[in-house]
Design a protein around this ligand. Structure first.
Ligand code: SF4
Length: 384
């Protein structure tokens, strides 16, 4: 079935609905009522308002994966991007169906690391560094035995299920922007004092977290497929995949300086997917949950520039009319793939569910289920 999108009069900053969008919103509410407790709608912070109003939970990828894991709903409609729906499918039972309203909603950062590329890098780094592969250990979950050094893979949640499976099979773990430091500490214990972590796909989250943990930049070489390591692999502590988020890489020190000129008392908070120069100059940085809390906690009358996706920044501004909240990038920066989830697609999925179809289901193949679940479960266990 082809969904015809209505002409959209709502831009990224506008929180009002056109009459046509109001009709869609009303229909979605009716369908939600018909599906009752069989349905759970999850919405990421970067979704537009006309989607968020229908979400049972709004959160970052970590919080939403926990909600999916705890849910007993028969149908979980994930208003986010592909890797999030995959993680939800891994964490839910076979009787539950996870759906993505628009199957084209991927993540350009996740696409920057493929299984082939990572497997190739893995072999080369092991050879060049002389480190051991944890896959050969009988118990890769226990700390490294004395005198041995391993390469432990850590993948950001923003990665495909086959990469999570690779990580799980090789004794590694998944992380998100809210738990990267705790996860890296866990991985270093398994790598040993002379061991290293291969961190993918986001170089900025890996580098910013490593620097915050006191690791010198010289011990964090970058790995680019087809090129290899930029920097020394021998003695490295984190090998950073070259990937990045096209939204967060736009935030720069120049933008921070410009904001501070116009708002000398103002504060700047950014996401750790931003380049390190931006993170270092900001007043604070953290996950989307962290940024929300940071802005919530500011006193009335504060001015703050936020370095993250525009839908979330616009929502924060609407929630706090007593504070001056602006996006750090004047050009505004939506995530184009998050924006592919239009209410008309959500409505279509719900219509078809009511008719007895299960459309747009995301099913992680059986052969990668076990390893990816292991990698996700390790992350959830670290945080308990
Ligand atoms: S904001 Fe960046 S990391 Fe997040 S889904 Fe969009 S492209 Fe991917």
């Amino acid at each position: 079935m082809t969904v015809t999108l209505p002409m959209c009069s709502v831009d990224f900053m506008d929180t009002t609905l056109s009459p046509e969008e109001q009709n869609i919103a009303d229909r979605i509410q009716e369908l939600k009522g018909q599906l009752g407790e069989d349905l759970l709608i999850l919405g990421h912070h970067y979704q537009r308002d006309s989607i968020v109003i229908h979400a049972d939970f709004l959160g970052d990828s970590f919080m939403l994966s926990q909600k999916a894991a705890a849910s007993t709903a028969k149908y979980i409609v994930f208003c986010g991007v592909h890797f999030m729906a995959e993680s939800a499918d891994i964490l839910t039972s076979d009787d539950q169906a996870v759906m993505l309203p628009n199957l084209r909603a991927g993540c350009s950062m996740a696409d920057m690391a493929t299984l082939n590329e990572v497997e190739h890098a893995w072999t080369e780094i092991l050879e060049e560094s002389g480190l051991e592969d944890p896959i050969d250990r009988p118990d890769p979950e226990s700390p490294a035995p004395e005198g041995r050094s391993f390469l432990v893979p850590v993948t950001y949640m923003n990665s495909s299920a086959d990469l999570k499976d690779f990580v799980g099979r090789h004794g590694g773990v998944v992380c998100t922007s809210s738990n990267a430091e705790g996860v890296l500490n866990w991985a270093f214990e398994r790598a040993g004092p002379e061991g290293a972590v291969l961190f993918f796909p986001d170089q900025h989250l890996g580098r910013n977290t490593g620097l915050a943990m006191g690791i010198e930049e010289g011990r964090m070489p970058t790995w680019t497929p087809g090129i290899g390591a930029m920097g020394e692999l021998q003695g490295s502590r984190i090998v950073l995949w070259h990937g990045f988020c096209s939204v967060h890489k736009r935030f720069t020190p120049d933008q921070i300086n410009a904001f501070r000129e116009t708002h000398p008392e103002g504060l700047v908070v950014v996401h750790p997917e931003c380049p390190k120069e931006t993170v270092e100059l900001a007043d604070a940085y953290g996950s989307t949950q962290y940024i929300r809390q940071y802005v919530n906690d500011l006193p009335s009358g504060s001015a703050v520039a936020v370095g993250t996706e525009i839908n979330m920044v616009a929502r924060l501004a609407a929630e706090h009319p007593d504070k001056h909240i602006e996006c750090l990038d004047e050009e505004i920066c939506p995530c184009s793939t998050m924006y592919m989830i239009h209410p008309a697609y959500l409505m279509d999925v719900l219509e078809r569910l009511v008719e007895g179809e299960v459309p747009n289901r995301i099913v992680v193949p059986q052969n990668v289920q076990h390893g990816s679940q292991l990698a996700l479960d390790r992350m959830l266990a670290i945080l308990k």
